[in-house]
Design a protein around this ligand. Structure first.
Ligand SMILES: [Zn+2]
Ligand SMILES: [Zn+2]
Length: 357
């Protein structure tokens, strides 16, 4: 008989791949809850239950996940997993691959402390598996109540929690503290200065009034970019595109709602010139529905002499692998690796952000 595989690892891998393929959340959750339910039991009980068909009596384990577990324990790669691996696939060209390989971390990610779907620990473990050296945790700020933005008090609690989680993570990897702070209507940032100064990395984004007229939006962005606490300007245009990039294929392709939003109107050359002047990095947001900024603006930011950060804006562990989409666009525009702040080791990144504020 073949040697048993680790059924929990297989379930987590399936969840990861589903997420990466932008599958519906409930489907991802089914595999992750099953993995959690099994992790709470002794391995012998899992094997006994698989053998006598009583795995589905456990909360969180259904027919599909139970079948995967039985296959894993029999030493076979679960059919579900095999099919997922066979139908994914995104071949990056050489430049995009090199850029992706140069990335040492991700500067824009969310946890279930705001509107993400997973605990900080899960996000960190997925980042470790991807080979990252660091993950910047950037949950939302107070005014973004729809995304459960963190008040100053909750952010302080999160900082304590991150310190504890870091102590338990493998050597050579750490979570850096951060925030995705709202850029308010007057261009000020939606968190206490004292806290912004304490955080390792500050990403600032516009989430409201996206249809404001050009001069107003330009003033707002210029004020934010000039703020010494702001390190990275997040999803610059706020656009939502409905199409998905090549390579995001999988069983979840059907049934996705198209949710589009036009780019905000602002003087991009003025904003990018200010980013270059204040050494604020321009984010290349990798989310398939954002693809922000569009390539023509990446080229203009490059001409202006800006630095970049290629981020996932991940709200779940599998989305941490979306950096390849950002790399693809960056490579097409000729963005050099050394102008991307997250190709730097953590120490260099931290030196840059502290020097700026
Ligand atoms: Zn955002
Ligand atoms: Zn975000």
């Amino acid at each position: 008989m073949a040697r048993a595989r680790d059924p929990i690892a297989d379930l987590r891998r399936i969840a990861f791949l589903l997420e990466r393929a932008n599958e519906a959340t409930y489907r991802v959750r089914a595999f992750r809850s099953a993995a959690k339910a099994l992790a709470a039991l002794p391995a012998t009980e899992v094997a006994t239950r698989a053998a006598n068909g009583t795995l589905t009596e456990l909360t969180g384990v259904g027919d599909v996940t139970a079948r995967c577990v039985a296959e894993s324990l029999a030493g076979e790669e679960p059919v579900y997993l095999r099919r997922l691996v066979a139908t994914e696939g995104s071949d990056l060209d050489a430049e995009a691959t090199a850029l992706r390989a140069a990335l040492k971390g991700d500067c824009h990610t969310h946890s279930d402390w705001s509107d993400g779907g997973s605990p900080i620990e899960e996000m960190a473990l997925a980042a470790v598996e991807l080979g990252h050296e660091y993950l910047v945790l950037t949950d939302h700020s107070p005014r973004l109540t729809v995304a459960r933005g963190l008040t100053a008090d909750r952010l302080r609690q999160q900082l304590d929690h991150v310190a504890q989680v870091n102590a338990a993570l493998p050597e050579g990897f750490r979570i850096l503290t951060g925030i995705e702070v709202d850029i308010l209507a007057d261009g000020s940032l939606d968190q206490d200065d004292e806290l912004l100064a304490r955080l390792d990395v500050v990403v600032g984004s516009v989430h409201s009034g996206l249809k404001d007229e050009r001069s107003k939006m330009t003033r707002r962005m210029l004020a934010a970019v000039a703020n010494p606490h702001l390190d990275i300007l997040g999803h610059v245009t706020g656009r939502m595109v409905s199409s998905r990039p090549a390579g995001v294929t999988g069983p979840g392709d059907r049934g996705h709602r198209a949710r589009t939003r036009a780019e905000s109107d602002f003087d991009a050359d003025a904003v990018f010139a200010a980013c270059a002047e204040h050494d604020t990095a321009v984010e290349i947001n990798s989310r398939p529905e954002r693809q922000d900024p569009p390539k023509r603006l990446i080229r203009r930011a490059l001409e202006a002499g800006c630095r970049f950060a290629i981020n996932t804006d991940a709200h779940a562990p599998g989305q941490l692998d979306w950096q390849r989409f950002g790399c693809e666009r960056a490579a097409l525009c000729g963005v050099p690796a050394d102008s991307v702040v997250n190709t730097w080791p953590a120490e260099q990144l931290l030196a840059w952000t502290s020097e700026r504020s």
